[in-house]
Write a protein that binds this ligand. Sequence first.
Ligand SMILES: CNc1ncnc2c1ncn2[C@@H]1O[C@H](COP(=O)(O)O)[C@@H](O)[C@H]1O
Length: 352
Amino acid sequence: MSNLIDFKALPKIELHAHLSGSISRQTLHEVWLQKQSSTTLQDPLVVMPPGKHDYDLKTFFPLFSSYIYNLVNDAPSLRHTTLAVLKDFTADGVVYLELRTTPRVMPDAGITAQDYIQIILDTINEFETSTPLPTLRTNLILSIDRRNSPAQAESVISLLRHFASQPNTNSKVVGLDLCGDPSSPLNSLIPLTPYFLEAKKSLPHLGLTLHFAEAECSGTDEELDLLLSWGPDRLGHVIHLSDEIKNKVRKRRGGSMGLELCLSCNVHAGMVTGGFEGHHFGEWYKVDETIIVLSTDDVGVFGSPLSNEYALVAKHFGLDRTEICKLARKGINAIFGGEEEKERLRRIMWTE
Ligand SMILES: CNc1ncnc2c1ncn2[C@@H]1O[C@H](COP(=O)(O)O)[C@@H](O)[C@H]1O
């Protein structure tokens, strides 16, 4: 049955994509070619050989701090890579994207964290008003890294206030995320707690999504209870949960907690055992009280576009065409974009 589905043509929603991790190697290579005479960095095609996707959590995070952030370090490269990411998602049939990124300064280029976000928003705007009009609509989520200091968390919240202080202003900044290396201990989350609680209280129109139980060490009941106390609207990964926490997740938000599941990332990075068939998608798919949204996480690193994530669940969990369309459409109720966007998606997403 699934061989009758054109997974690329299927209109899809992507809710868990990190901007810097979504840049393809080819795009990074283009940036590198532009900078070749002024950089000591190696060619990205050497640093991240095409076809290599088996980065585990130890080798994955340094890709950003020691390479990608040093290459994409000025306005032209940020604009070029953001535009390429939007084009890549469009070519894969994504019709609604919530891109997330950790605001960062680019000191050598004199770019502040606010400039960083503004450049991304301008690029999205430029893309959406280009001719021919793309079907993709993109909103932005700002990330706080769990390794961030309270001062850094505070500055991300001020950016949220700057870009999205009022509801209904058509702002493209729609949410807040907690990301970062899950091996950083629970102790690092405690000082960040007041900032998340304050954001939830003072910016209630924004969505909150948290990386949740990504690794065994970040899956203790103590940590997950703390994260649930922040009032998340969606959770990312949800791998290492006790039965008690699973029950709490099901009961949250009146039984409509969004779960951003990233199969290829989890399998390639060795975050789950048992391959695709053993992925916890199979378990959560049977739970009606949650909304699963298949997502890519970092398609530039793990190499599996969203169309392939749908093909994988069709193949490994036996979903037929109607079930695939239903799964894709269910995500509409988990987006942080407003009612108007939900209406547009209800019109264009396939029912069967
Ligand atoms: C395995 N999955 C993941 N788990 C946790 N955090 C992740 C992640 N994938 C990416 N990031 C976070 O996103 C940043 C890169 O994108 P931005 O510069 O913000 O656009 C990484 O530095 C990391 O903190």
